[in-house]
Design a binder for this molecule. Structure first.
Ligand SMILES: NC(=O)C1=CN([C@@H]2O[C@H](COP(=O)(O)OP(=O)(O)OC[C@H]3O[C@@H](n4cnc5c(N)ncnc54)[C@H](OP(=O)(O)O)[C@@H]3O)[C@@H](O)[C@H]2O)C=CC1
Ligand SMILES: Cc1cn([C@H]2C[C@H](O)[C@@H](COP(=O)(O)OP(=O)(O)O[C@H]3O[C@@H](C)C(=O)[C@@H](O)[C@H]3O)O2)c(=O)[nH]c1=O
Length: 288
């Protein structure tokens, strides 16, 4: 049995991992959210991992409200940076394999080709800035057998995400406007959860490594919204607009496609196209 701690488990990714629990009989998954284990409390995390003989930590805990982070930098920093640093120290001290999740928003979007892992980072908003600080802290601590997986545009049936927002707006409005000049790749949290659980035994590196994971293909948020609409029975109209026309607190990268070759080659995995994976998620909505 491998004892695996999943932090922030009431969020999208944590719930997607919960759904797969029964497929991994050799894993003893222990799910905690802030109430059970606040990752910003070093002593509590240290005590928890010793008591439960934790061998792997999957850190799904994060501050993910991109616009709010513009006004709540301290809080975002505490969760996305200082608490992640804590986890890094705990992992290093106890020889624990740490799997940490980061974001495409660490990039500024000025590239025209998919970002590789060692491309220059330059976040455009506080959320991306705090996530980058978390990455940098882990790289400095350098716990063995640990990885950072950057992903993008995560969605699921749980928590807050673009797919759920669109399905809600389709019901409430006749016309909605969605930005068409930001390009990326939507990622189904189920696919990321599957890959994380699948690769755990194969993670063997001297220090920490960064990997990119997103569903295959690319689109704008507008095209993403169109595809969600196509797979629903709503009649809403979607109008393309520019980022300048959409008023929001935080700036977002214009281009944040992630090159996923490294994770595919290292762990010999295949990744579904985003349209196919979106269909699978939306079919689940109908089953509920
Ligand atoms: N959502 C997205 O589009 C993307 C997400 N990511 C990254 O993927 C990871 C998973 O994201 P996602 O599942 O969407 O995140 P969610 O926001 O859905 O879930 C995060 C969870 O962490 C909990 N949490 C917050 N603070 C703490 C704390 N101090 N201790 C323990 N738990 C805490 C939250 O609780 P509460 O809600 O009560 O605060 C929430 O349940 C994150 O690292 C995120 O940055 C990367 C790219 C895209
Ligand atoms: C709701 C809405 C959003 N938009 C735009 C705003 C923004 O540019 C884009 C996406 O908006 P959202 O606020 O849903 O997504 P956002 O919070 O920016 O999503 C990000 O979350 C963090 C956690 C990540 O790590 C990123 O990878 C990314 O998924 O769509 C519209 O154009 N029309 C709309 O009606």
């Amino acid at each position: 049995m491998i004892n695996i701690l999943v932090t922030g488990s009431n969020g999208q990714l944590g719930n997607a991992i919960k759904e797969l629990e029964n497929e991994y009989s050799s894993y003893h998954l222990i799910f905690t959210d802030k109430k059970e284990l606040d990752i910003s409390k070093f002593d509590e995390v240290q005590e928890f991992v010793l008591k439960n003989k934790i061998q792997v930590i999957i850190n799904c805990a994060a501050y993910t409200n991109v616009d709010k982070a513009e006004d709540e930098l301290d809080l975002a920093n505490e969760i996305n940076y200082l608490a992640v640093e804590n986890l890094g120290f705990v992992a290093k001290k106890n020889g624990i394999k740490l799997i940490h999740i980061s974001t495409d928003y660490v990039f500024d979007g000025s590239s025209e080709i998919p970002y590789v892992e060692n491309d220059k980072t330059n976040p455009k908003n506080n959320y991306g800035f705090t996530k980058l600080k978390g990455e940098e802290a882990l790289i400095a601590i350098n716990p063995e057998n640990s990885i950072i997986i950057r992903t993008s545009w995560l969605y699921s049936l749980y928590g807050h995400n673009f797919v759920k927002t669109m399905l809600k707006l389709f019901k409430e409005k006749e016309v909605i406007s969605v930005v068409s000049d930001q390009i990326g790749s939507p990622t189904n949290a189920d696919d990321l959860a599957k890959v994380i659980l699948q690769i755990i035994p194969a993670i063997k590196n001297k220090g920490i490594e960064i990997y990119h994971f997103a569903n295959e293909g690319k689109c704008s948020w507008f095209e993403f919204a169109q595809e969600i609409l196509k797979n629903s029975d709503a009649n809403c109209k979607i109008a393309p607009i520019s980022s300048k026309e959409f008023k929001s607190k935080a700036l977002r990268p214009k281009y944040s496609l992630l090159n996923t070759e490294k994770i595919k080659k290292t762990f010999k995995i295949e990744i579904l196209n985003w349209k196919e994976s979106l269909k699978r998620c939306l079919i689940k909505t109908e089953e509920i």
